[in-house]
Design a protein around this ligand. Structure first.
Ligand SMILES: [Zn+2]
Length: 303
């Protein structure tokens, strides 16, 4: 969880517990579904599925547009869902405030923007964002007791520009195609929503309520640049110690390969020195010399 400027950035795995702690006194009757259109995967500078643009830069960009161009008092949406499953929380649009997302139809709703343009032929939602979308809506339904159906989870496209509830996407009458003509791979109609999106949110909500672990865990893998845990530090210390011990052993073995006469072999060396051309030898050489010396002088070892 990172806070910077006007936003809080949550890992998807942090979202549900964060949400459960929020004190929301406003009555919530439903959830809106939007795509951002722009920003999208292109403006996020996606390379091999990873956006190069900073999350906070993207969030502040939207806020700036909402305040300075749209002349709204704050960021329009409460929550922004990124292509990598991270969730941006608008600190200037508290969950107790009404969002500014669907003209005349914001009271009692939570405004959620999904980063991307999910119109046909534009962005294809990443797998993680798809799973994150399902989880995020399920967690919101759990928190606010929102029934999982197309009356309560509504697409922007089901409203006209003047705020009339059309009840479905009607090209030419709908204010926008949002959340996209290919949203969730199915489209932006009520039938499309009932095909995969709504059933998957229902299944995820059941899973959350029964506390069963996710088949595909939503926990984000730790990044390489994250600090080591205590267990990892311990492992690293043990490994360093082993490497040091091995280095010492190698050094000692090397020293034994060509050593000056050790004190315990001194009498043997003195006895044989006229037959030895140099003053150094291996550990085994000095041992053998001592054995020969004892043999020559009738010195038996007591056992
Ligand atoms: Zn929208």
């Amino acid at each position: 969880m990172i806070q910077k400027g006007n936003f809080l950035l949550l890992e998807l795995s942090e979202f549900r517990s964060w949400l459960q702690k929020q004190k929301v006194t406003r009555s919530i009757k439903g959830l809106q579904v939007h795509h951002t259109g722009a920003p999208n995967y292109t403006t996020r500078k996606m390379v091999n599925g990873i956006a190069q643009q900073d999350h906070f830069k993207c969030l502040e960009g939207m806020r700036d547009f909402h305040i300075n161009t749209n002349k709204w008092k704050a960021t329009g949406q409460h929550l922004t869902l990124f292509e990598d499953g991270k969730v941006g929380v608008s600190l200037d649009r508290d969950l107790n405030m009404t969002p500014a997302c669907i003209y005349n139809n914001n009271a009692g709703y939570v405004g959620i923007e999904i980063i991307g343009c999910f119109d046909k032929g534009v962005d294809t939602m990443t797998t993680i964002q798809r799973e994150a979308t399902v989880h995020l809506y399920a967690a919101l339904c759990e928190k606010f007791y929102v029934p999982v159906n197309t009356d309560k989870i509504v697409y922007h496209a089901w409203y006209s520009a003047s705020g009339t509830k059309l009840g479905d996407y009607l090209p030419g009458r709908s204010s926008k195609a949002c959340p996209g003509t290919a949203f969730f791979g199915d489209g932006n109609t009520v039938a499309a929503a009932n095909k995969n999106f709504i059933p998957q949110v229902k299944a995820e909500l059941d899973r959350l309520r029964s506390n069963t672990p996710s088949a595909t865990p939503i926990e984000i893998k730790p990044k390489d640049d994250e600090p080591m845990t205590d267990a990892e530090k311990q492992q690293m210390a043990t490994l360093e110690k082993t490497v040091k011990q091995q280095a010492d052993w190698i050094k000692a073995e090397k020293a034994k390969a060509n050593m000056e006469c050790p004190s315990w072999a001194k009498p043997a060396y003195d006895y044989y020195k006229d037959y030895i051309s140099d003053t150094t030898g291996s550990y085994d050489f000095w041992r053998q010399l001592v054995i020969n010396y004892r043999k020559d002088n009738g010195i038996k070892v007591s056992k």
